[in-house]
Design a protein around this ligand. Structure first.
Ligand code: CA
Length: 236
């Protein structure tokens, strides 16, 4: 794959790193935009609508989380990969909560970053056919999922969804009433080019439940089938 037509915005204040990223991405054929602070980065993202945003967290003028939140509130569907410093465990969780698609930990290799970029781009292309939810809204119990806005709204509260959470949810909705094995979820939602563990699935399910279910401790929509996987029910 070359970068034809794919536009990447790099928001990173550390100049040597930003320049190295821009060079490496251009060498791969991507069209690259860059910003050295959060405010400029957000403005560029909103005006240019890039396909992928590489987002540092510690930024002058507006921090990475604030940029991410603003992007999702503005319904920007770009894939966001967070460039995080080592060991920012809290940040990682927070990043996914706010709708990041992936993250890499500094220092990272160009190769690793390119793999992640390709993975998020492939996920965006490989939309599951057969369910016309693209751009639409789907009701699950008391919650409304907006597939275009990457959000779930329940009891007047709106939560952001990462692209992966949305893919998982879409898959579950398509298999309403079926018991889906974890292995199948790994293969169909994550794909065989990636190596998530079954724990990854469980973590995503927990996050989805918090946003979707009135009582996440005793879920009605995403029910655990012990030793097997999950069963989804739209009505609950
Ligand atoms: Ca920084």
């Amino acid at each position: 794959m070359n970068g034809d037509g794919v536009r990447i915005l790099v928001i990173e204040d550390e100049e040597p790193l930003r320049m190295a990223l821009v060079d490496a991405l251009r060498a791969e054929g991507f069209a690259v935009l860059e910003a050295g602070d959060g405010e400029t980065g957000l403005a560029l993202a909103l005006s240019e609508g890039p396909d992928v945003v590489l987002l540092d967290l510690m930024l002058p003028r507006r921090d990475g989380f604030s940029v991410l939140r603003a992007l999702r509130e503005d319904r920007l569907t770009a894939a966001v990969i967070i460039l995080s410093a080592r060991g920012e465990e809290w940040d990682r969780v927070q990043g996914f909560e706010y709708g990041a698609d992936d993250y890499v930990v500094k220092p990272f290799s160009t190769r690793e970053l390119l793999l992640r970029i390709r993975a998020v781009l492939n996920r965006a292309d490989g939309r599951t056919p057969g369910l016309d939810v693209e751009g639409g809204k789907v009701r699950v119990g008391e919650a409304v999922i907006d597939f275009a806005a990457y959000t779930v709204t329940r009891d007047g509260e709106r939560h952001g969804l990462s692209r992966r959470e949305l893919d998982l949810l879409r898959y579950l909705i398509e298999h309403d009433g079926e018991t889906v094995e974890r292995g199948r979820l790994l293969e169909d939602v994550w794909g065989k080019d990636e190596y998530p563990t079954t724990r990854t699935i469980d973590t995503h399910v927990l996050k989805l439940r918090k946003k979707l279910e009135r009582n996440p401790e005793s879920p009605r929509h995403i029910v655990t089938v012990h030793g097997v996987g999950y069963r989804f029910s739209r009505r609950g």
